[in-house]
Design a protein around this ligand. Sequence first.
Ligand code: FRU
Length: 494
Amino acid sequence: MTSQTLREARKYEEASEKLIKAEERPGFHLTPRTGWMNDPNGFSYYKGRYHLFYQYYPYESRWGSMHWGHAVSQDLLHWESLPCALAPDEAYDRDGCFSGSAVELPDGRQLLMYTGVLKERQGHGGYREVQTQCLAVGDGLDYEKYEQNPVLDDTDLPEGSSRFDFRDPRIWKHTDGTYRCVVGSRPADGSGQILLYASGDGFHWKFKSVLVSNHDRFGKMWECPDFFELDGKWVLLTSPQDMLPEGFEYHNGNGTLCLIGDYDEETGTFKETHDQSIDYGIDFYATQTVLAPDGRRILIGWMQNWDACSMRSPEDPWMGQMSLPRELSVRDGRLYQKPVRELNAMRRNKISYTHVAVSGVVKLDGIRGRMVDMELRIRPEDQQNPYRKFAVRFAQNDRYYTSLSFRPQESILKIDRKFSGSRRAIIHQRRSLVKTADGELKLRIILDRFSVEVFVNDGEQVLTATMYTEQEADGISFFADGTAQIDVVTYDLQ
Ligand code: FRU
């Protein structure tokens, strides 16, 4: 039975999406059908297709009462919109259906687990949002909320944990056919922790353990946890709020965190041996992974950061994009990310140059565009006399450009979208410490109309940024102070 609220949302999105032309959206990054999108939710492979739900407010391009938008894809790049899946229409979630995840039940139905939000009047007059975990069951199109919702509430929290910060359940099926989920939570110390719950059937849940505690090390509250085994290690991904910077590894504000370590199944505890950012660019937050049928662990994130949202205005027809899906691997205590290999099928018009000496500004015939896959290798022309700075500029015309610049002496790679038409005093630049092997830096740069994603040294690091520069700005140029030598291969992405 669909509620009035859900029917209205479905009707509204169907009518409004027609007002948005295909060219006004990215070519292969998912955007909301209409209005606002944040976190990826319920990323899953179900009935032969990838399903991706998302935090969604259809009525305006700003955050509002959260629904779940829904899209499906065969290749993770071409998405087909489905009707809005969840609306805030029950007594326990009337102020929002927050982030969550999906799993297939033995009877073939799909189980969604999400955070129900309910505003509660406080003694002093203000409101606070009480958060509980809820379920909905469906067939890949329509979902029915479970009549015994919520299935986890404040009575399932360890002593001292906040009932106002208890969200983003990530469910998965355990090897023995039972279920587990991790949920973000705020303990008494005011920072973050990840709680682990277990269930025999996916419907009845029990607290198992505190999987890992932040103790104020990486920001405060940890949002959107994900937890899985990969290449013989256990990986915990989360998005901490209120971070303080640490060298070039972590930046201020909302960030991303990957912990790699070991998991003790008996006690339900995780001990990390390595930590790193997931993305070193500007716009990336709230990740979620799916296990593909071929065994690949694929990550997607919200290609946006709360701290830079004012770049778009509520008048824009849509706000929020998903990142390119990335294949993950773990090597020597480090998370590697590569664009999904499905992207290779979109490559057209190969152009290749080798051993080009760049000194001053250089443009190369045929290299331009806003939907481009570029592989770039940069090294000094003369090892004894290395260049001081190299830059590649794109989304460029007489007025605008976005750039990546590299200073080999400091080994700093900087992404800069200051000249992308932004009229807001938000973050436009970010620097990252990168490695070179024998003086060579390797970049793969993916452009898709309104974004750039830079994969450094075969996925050792990624830098992501959005840019809403007018599409006429499609030039690409290279620059060096001193002389750099480059190999460059580009493809149009179609
Ligand atoms: C992360 C987040 C989640 C929450 C959702 C609400 O971006 O704050 O913790 O579930 O967004 O839209």
